[in-house]
Design a protein around this ligand. Structure first.
Ligand code: AKG
Ligand code: FE2
Length: 343
C-alpha cells in the first residue's frame, strides 16, 4: 500500500474525506493578498541599520525575509533541485525510507532520518495534512550526514553544504537579534542553538486546495527558523486577525521567530502563527532549517529583557515544552496559558 501522499495522489482526482478540514480551519480561497509589508532585510546594509530593522520586524510581524545574506544562489538552487529530485525518485525508492511502523502507524522511535506523511502523530490525527516530510538532524554534520538519504547521489554533499551555510546565517541573525534585545555577547551560544533540524516539506498538487491544508496554523516550537520556499506560493502568516500571503522570493530566506525567542525576549519578540496552503497546479517543496536548544536547556525570560523586572513567563525545560507543544498542536494561545505568569 502506498503511504506517501505524493505516491497515491497521482491517481486520484478527488480529495479523500480525511483530508477535509473543519469549516473554520479551511483556507477557502487560497488567494489571500500577498503581503507587501512583511519586512525585507538587506544584510549588506550597515549593522546599526539591520539591528534596528530586524528588531522592528520581530516585534511587529515575527517574520521577515533576508536578502544579500551571503549564501550563494547556486547553492540554494542546487539544494532545491536535489530535494525535489528526492521526491521525484521512483515511488518504491521513497517508500523504502518510510519511517512509520505499519502495524500501529507510529514513528519508529530510533530512526533519526524520517520520511513520513502528514504530521508527526498520524495515528491520532482527526484530519491529515496534504504533505510528505523528510527530516533529519544536521549539526554536527559528521555525526548525522551518514544517516541521510543515499539517493539522489549528491544529496548528502549538497544538503551538507547548505545546512552549514544556513546554520552560519541563522547564528548571524541571532547575533543581530541579541544586540537589539541588549543581551550579553554569547547569549545564544552552545546550549540554545546546538540543535539543527532540516525539514523538507513536499506538498503535491492537490485536487481541492480550498478544503485542505499542507500545514495547519501553528507557531514554530524552536528558537529561529529559516525557510527557503522556492518560487511556488503557499506560506501564509496570521496577523491582526487575517491571513497574509508571503511572497515567494526564490533566493531570499523567510525568517520566522520561534516560540523560545518569544519567551526569552519576555514577549517583546513575536512568534507568529502561520500555515501552508496547497495548490492544484504544481507541487511545492520547501526547505526548512530549525535551530533548536538542547533538550535539557532551561528556557526563561532573559534578565536583561525585563524592562520592568517582571518576568511574564515561567521557566521550563525545553524537552518538557515539546510535549506541551504536541498536546496543544502548536496553538500559541493554549501554550501561553501554560507558561504565562498569572497576576
Ligand atoms: O512550507 C511552508 O511554507 C511552511 C513550513 C512550516 O511552517 C514548517 O515546516 O514549520
Ligand atoms: Fe512553521
Amino acid at each position: 500500500m502506498a503511504n506517501l501522499v505524493s505516491t497515491w495522489s497521482k491517481i486520484t482526482q478527488t480529495l479523500p474525506e480525511n483530508y477535509i478540514f473543519p469549516v473554520h480551519q479551511r483556507p477557502g480561497s487560497t488567494h489571500v493578498p500577498l503581503c507587501k509589508n512583511i519586512p525585507i532585510i538587506d544584510l549588506s546594509k550597515s549593522q546599526t541599520q539591520t539591528v534596528q530593522q530586524i528588531g522592528h520586524a520581530c516585534q511587529e510581524f515575527g517574520f521577515f525575509q533576508v536578502i544579500n545574506h551571503g549564501v550563494s544562489e547556486a547553492l540554494i538552487d542546487d539544494t532545491m533541485k536535489v530535494v525535489q529530485d528526492f521526491f521525484n525518485l521512483p515511488d518504491d525508492e521513497k517508500e523504502k525510507l518510510f519511517s512509520i511502523d505499519p502495524t500501529n502507524r507510529r514513528q519508529f522511535p530510533t530512526k533519526s532520518c524520517k520520511l513520513f506523511t502528514s504530521g508527526s502523530d498520524y495515528a491520532n490525527e482527526d484530519v491529515h495534512y496534504w504533505r510528505d516530510n523528510l527530516r533529519h538532524p544536521c549539526h554536527p554534520l559528521d555525526e548525522w550526514a551518514h544517516s541521510w538519504p543515499e539517493k539522489p547521489a549528491e544529496y548528502r554533499d549538497i544538503v551538507g553544504k547548505y545546512s552549514l551555510e544556513v546554520r552560519a546565517l541563522s547564528l548571524r541573525l541571532l547575533e543581530l537579534i541579541r544586540e537589539g534585545l541588549g543581551l550579553k555577547p554569547g547569549y545564544f551560544g552552545e546550549e540554545l542553538t546546538r540543535g539543527q533540524l532540516m525539514s523538507i516539506n513536499h506538498y503535491p498538487r492537490c485536487p481541492d486546495p480550498t478544503l485542505t491544508l499542507g500545514l495547519r496554523k501553528h507557531v514554530d516550537p524552536n528558537l529561529i527558523t529559516l525557510l527557503s520556499q522556492g518560487s511556488v506560493y503557499g506560506l501564509q502568516v496570521f496577523k491582526d486577525g487575517q491571513w497574509l500571503g508571503v511572497e515567494p522570493m526564490p533566493h531570499a530566506f523567510v525568517v520566522n521567530i520561534g516560540f523560545q525567542l518569544q519567551i526569552i525576549s519576555n514577549g517583546k519578540l513575536k512568534s507568529a502563527e502561520h500555515r501552508a496552503v496547497t495548490n492544484s497546479r504544481e507541487d511545492r517543496t520547501t526547505i526548512v532549517s530549525f535551530i533548536n536548544p538542547c533538550p535539557d536547556t532551561v528556557i526563561e525570560p532573559a534578565k536583561s529583557t525585563l524592562d520592568t523586572s517582571i518576568p511574564l513567563f515561567k521557566p521550563f525545560i525545553y524537552k518538557d515544552f515539546l510535549k506541551t507543544y504536541e498536546q496543544n498542536k502548536g496553538d500559541i494561545e493554549a501554550m501561553m496559558e501554560v507558561y504565562k505568569i498569572k497576576p
